[in-house]
Ligand binder design. Sequence first.
Ligand SMILES: CC(=O)N[C@H]1[C@@H](OP(=O)(O)OP(=O)(O)OC[C@H]2O[C@@H](n3ccc(=O)[nH]c3=O)[C@H](O)[C@@H]2O)O[C@H](CO)[C@@H](O)[C@@H]1O
Ligand SMILES: C=C(OP(=O)(O)O)C(=O)O
Length: 436
Amino acid sequence: MSTYIIEGGHRLSGSIKPQGAKNEALEVISATLLTSEPVTIHNVPNILDVINLINLLKAMRVKVDRLSEDTYRFQADDLDEDYISSADFVARCASLRGSVLVVGPLLARLGQAYFAKPGGDKIGRRRVDTHITGLSKLGAMIAYNEDRQAYYLVSVGGLKGCYMLLDEASVTGTANIVMAAALAKGTTTIYNAACEPYVQQLCKMLVKMGVKIDGIGSNLLSITGVDKLSGADHTILPDMIEVGSFIGMAAITRSELTIKDVSYDNLGIIPDSFRRLGINLERRGDDIFIPSQESYEIETNLDGSIPTIADAPWPGLTPDLLSVMLVTATQCRGSVLIHQKMFESRLFFVDRLIDMGAQIMLCDPHRAVVIGLDHKVPLRANKMHSPDIRAGIAMLIAAMSARGVSRIDNIDQIDRGYQAIDTRLNSIGACIHRRD
Ligand SMILES: CC(=O)N[C@H]1[C@@H](OP(=O)(O)OP(=O)(O)OC[C@H]2O[C@@H](n3ccc(=O)[nH]c3=O)[C@H](O)[C@@H]2O)O[C@H](CO)[C@@H](O)[C@@H]1O
Ligand SMILES: C=C(OP(=O)(O)O)C(=O)O
């Protein structure tokens, strides 16, 4: 179990570039399973979740060539069907979050797949019902296999396009169904589809591979399947969650920072959500410039009441930034209610911030009121343990602003989604040491 030791109180300066997006990478790398032709993907982040998924593909006998630091070529022309149906493979999938995304492509390509519910972080129940229901509407028969503790999906005679209304706009659920529909007969219409940039990017890659998809960017997708997909060349967008994490770090340390090449038009409501915390960030071309401020005043509602920052399916605010916004607010001026609607156990880490002197009231598992300290009182250093990727980065942000030396254990959770974050932050002024 690795650890970060963080000396707090250092200002950041200069510029930093976000890595490629974790969640998009997991989708588009999984989609390479749909074709026997080579698919080249650029801007692949070098993070634990992606490395684990690539290793899973290699174990399935996908040929993987690393063409440069962040460019990979995948060719799934010799899939090991025996291994893919083995107990060992299913057990391996159960330990990897990204494995959930190989189910749709494997079912479509091979006519069968196991679906092991992946473990991992501690953020509450993570249902896979939308995936299962959607794939069964395409014609898959599904049974639960007690021995392997996984669902077994099989399609006799291939998948068939249909209309479906999803019970919720699940991001990976939509991606799985879209990938399966790409090789199904006829047209699949998905209403209440998730439309995060991750899903948009997946669809754009599938279009390059020969699939017809209408409605990209909306919650009504229409996918016309093809018999065979061709290869493609695809570039992953910058990670919008990392962009948001850098905005939070700049504000809590009162630093002037430029975030380079953010693909601003794909950030949706994220910049405005941070502006509501009083951060005067500016768009400069495709960069974000964050000035250093004496104080960051949280905007009240028009009637003067305490504002709420809540997550919602895209184009609403992503739940993955709420922990970052919460910790940032601890040093703003004013009060805000953070309402994490989607996940049940993502806010419990605030106890650690309270230990550090932050003024937070946890109302229930979904809601916390933050009363900002306006940089009048610094947070105190603390010893912490990262329960999930975003609580982990929020703890790191708190520690970067705190007086004294903090320690965060279980940073594998941070490594899941942030590439060499200690080295990159140290290059702009932070003081973080890693102990493996
Ligand atoms: C690899 C990947 O891409 N992971 C992302 C993906 O996970 P993932 O695809 O697993 O998450 P889902 O979109 O399925 O849903 C996440 C949670 O939100 C709930 N829910 C979802 C939709 C909805 O309209 N209402 C609702 O309450 C679900 O019940 C579930 O508990 O999307 C999540 C929600 O943006 C993000 O936190 C994850 O980072
Ligand atoms: C919850 C997250 O990811 P995952 O779905 O991979 O657990 C996240 O990135 O914040």
